[in-house]
Design a protein around this ligand. Structure first.
Ligand SMILES: NC(=O)c1ccc[n+]([C@@H]2O[C@H](COP(=O)([O-])OP(=O)(O)OC[C@H]3O[C@@H](n4cnc5c(N)ncnc54)[C@H](OP(=O)(O)O)[C@@H]3O)[C@@H](O)[C@H]2O)c1
Length: 228
């Protein structure tokens, strides 16, 4: 059975990942920072029979506790999905320094922290796939101004994950860096054109195709390459 660990699985794209992988028969480990409040995820987990585990990706102690709890457990697919939209409107005044730090912690540093913590689990898995949900807004080539913290955080995580694709090739781990589309979630807003269902269906297809041959690529949910 394929084991898939998802961060930020209580809502949005993460919840849909849990839903679709559970429906496909995978063993899902759904992580979120407040399991007691994760009503939709808990209902799904109960119906599908999978585990919900506590994880605040920005808290090293929480990441370490997850690592200890999962010691010896093989993971086939690790999906770094948790993210925040960050502050906006910086060019019109001063910056919100703390909000920038929070954005970089969540979107750039935490995926590295979680990946390192679960490196042995991935090495023990059969599929050995490390996936990070980034954004086209991480493209420096495509930067049109605005959303500076979010764009910088996604450009940074692209760099981190591209680097890991080189370093962890020796372990047989393939790394996918994927934009989910502009998706109708709390982050994407009601006007977004892509449903979580279609986004995750496309992302799962890219994850299925992820291999040593295309490791480290920056693609959207339909498999289109994005300029760095
Ligand atoms: N929606 C879009 O159009 C879009 C476009 C491009 C990229 N993305 C990326 O796709 C990913 C998922 O986004 P989404 O649209 O599903 O957003 P969302 O609906 O706002 O959900 C964000 C998820 O991340 C979790 N999270 C945030 N900080 C966390 C932390 N410190 N520890 C653990 N979990 C944390 C949230 O948990 P809480 O409920 O506890 O806050 C929530 O589960 C993000 O990385 C985002 O940048 C989204």
């Amino acid at each position: 059975m394929t084991t898939v660990l998802i961060t930020g699985a209580n809502r949005g794209i993460g919840l849909e990942f849990a839903k679709q992988y559970a429906a496909e028969g995978a063993d899902v480990i759904a992580c979120c920072r407040a399991p007691a409040k994760a009503d939709a995820l808990n209902a799904l987990a109960k119906a599908a029979g999978f585990k919900v585990m506590a994880l605040d990706v920005t808290a090293p102690k929480s990441v370490e506790a997850l690592k200890q709890a999962l010691a010896g457990q093989p993971i086939d697919i690790l999906i770094n999905n948790a993210g925040v939209g960050g502050p906006r409107g910086e060019a019109h005044g001063t910056i919100d320094f703390d909000a920038w730090v929070e954005t970089l912690k969540t979107n750039s540093i935490a995926p590295m922290l979680v990946s390192l913590a679960l490196h042995d689990n991935l090495k023990a898995g059969k599929l050995k796939k490390l996936v990070t949900i980034t954004s086209t807004m991480g493209s420096i080539a495509g930067h049109g101004g605005g959303a500076y913290a979010y764009r910088a955080s996604k450009a940074a995580v692209n760099s981190v994950m591209h680097g890991l694709s080189k370093e962890w090739a020796k372990d047989g781990i393939a790394v996918g860096i994927y934009h989910p589309g502009w998706v109708k979630t709390d982050m994407g807003g009601a006007g977004a054109p892509v449903t979580p269902q279609d986004s995750v269906k496309g992302l799962r297809a890219q994850i299925a195709k992820l291999s040593a041959a295309n490791s480290g690529g920056y693609l959207d949910y339909l498999g289109k390459e994005i300029a760095w």
